[in-house]
Design a protein around this ligand. Structure first.
Ligand code: ZN
Ligand code: ZN
Length: 341
């Protein structure tokens, strides 16, 4: 029901012909509502997933009600007095599995152009079909460097900062509801920090030295989410994600879950396929296509600063919805025929 509500909401703010598009006074509010919808439905999905996973564990594995706490206590005791190692292990292992697991699958699709039930959802139909192997190899090397040599040490720095206030590897897990609330705050912190740092990297004096590398991919693929100059990777990719848990003094469990979500969502926003029942990647894909539009994550700050005005006059904007059917949006909302055709 909420998905449909968003559909009608999006349609309501995106009139059918580009010439008739007018920006109403509620434009920013619309944008806030859409961001709240994305964050809210993500949280609801996680709550439902968490509850059903716990239910299955209890039902089929005979786990007791405090299964997660017991599991955490075991891990906590195994790493007794080695909190830094525990923090590093947790925040690197699970996000690594999430990021590389997803992106290895996506790279197989990009490299082979198969299966067609995925590639039919490609946003820029004529691009990366298949992806240039040399360009991909170069990107993967750079991504591996950023991941291991920059994100890794920064995770340890985050631990030291967090530990000044409170040990993030405390013996008690936060409640699930508290963790969800923290995730929502982390998403808002990321939106603000990513938007402004990203816009700064588009300043002509910084762009050509630092951000141009990320924009070599005008039609992005999942793994290039962190294909960037190391300085950009520090300030625009990593700090906005790490800031939330540092500000909140989050537990290792929440921090790890947040890092996983952040890496998966940035991979989806770069993946180049607008797949059913996944967040729409149209917004950031358009940023790669046009460079000077759509700088944020959720689009609230783009609406506030008017950096999405061109985007909102495009077919891509009309397609920027949660796809709830199996028909690709390129087919249900086709491009205008080119002049002369
Ligand atoms: Zn990007
Ligand atoms: Zn950019």
């Amino acid at each position: 029901m909420t998905v449909e509500a968003r559909h009608s909401d999006m349609r309501g703010s995106a009139p059918t012909s580009s010439s008739s598009r007018q920006e109403g006074p509620g434009g920013l509010w619309d944008s806030v509502k859409k961001a709240a919808f994305v964050i809210g439905s993500g949280i609801l999905f996680l709550a439902a997933f968490g509850n059903s996973l716990t239910w299955h564990l209890q039902r089929f594995w005979g786990a007791s009600g405090d299964f997660w706490q017991k599991l955490w206590t075991k891990v906590y005791l195994a790493f007794e007095d080695h909190d830094a190692a525990l923090f590093f292990f947790g925040t690197m292992t699970f996000p690594t599995i999430a990021f590389w697991g997803l992106n290895i699958m996506l790279m197989m699709v990009d490299s082979t152009g198969k299966p067609s039930f995925i590639t039919r959802y490609r946003i820029q139909m004529d691009k990366n079909n298949p992806v240039d192997p040399a360009k991909l190899r170069h990107a993967v090397k750079s991504v591996m460097f950023n991941y291991a040599c920059i994100s890794g040490p920064m995770v340890l720095a985050a631990y030291c900062l967090m530990n000044l206030r409170r040990d993030p590897c405390g013996p008690e897990l936060p409640t699930f509801h508290w963790a969800l609330l923290e995730l929502a705050v982390c998403a808002i912190v990321e939106e603000v920090m990513f938007y402004y740092s990203h816009r700064l990297f588009h300043h002509p004096s910084l762009y050509k030295h630092y951000h141009k590398q990320h924009h070599e991919w005008t039609a992005p693929i999942g793994v290039v989410a962190i294909y960037a100059h190391p300085l950009e990777h520090v300030f625009s990719n990593t700090l906005p994600v790490m800031a939330g848990p540092i500000i909140l003094g989050s537990h290792l469990s929440t921090t790890t879950l947040w890092y996983c979500l952040a890496l998966v969502s940035t991979s989806i926003s770069h993946c180049g396929y607008h797949l059913p029942f996944l967040p729409s990647p149209e917004f950031h894909d358009f940023h790669h296509l046009k460079f000077n539009q759509c700088f944020g994550v959720f689009g609230v700050l783009d609406r506030l600063h008017g950096t999405d005005t061109k985007f909102r006059q495009t077919k891509q904007y009309e397609r920027h919805v949660l796809l709830t059917s199996l028909t690709p949006l390129n087919e249900s909302i086709p491009d205008e025929p080119k002049k002369g055709q």
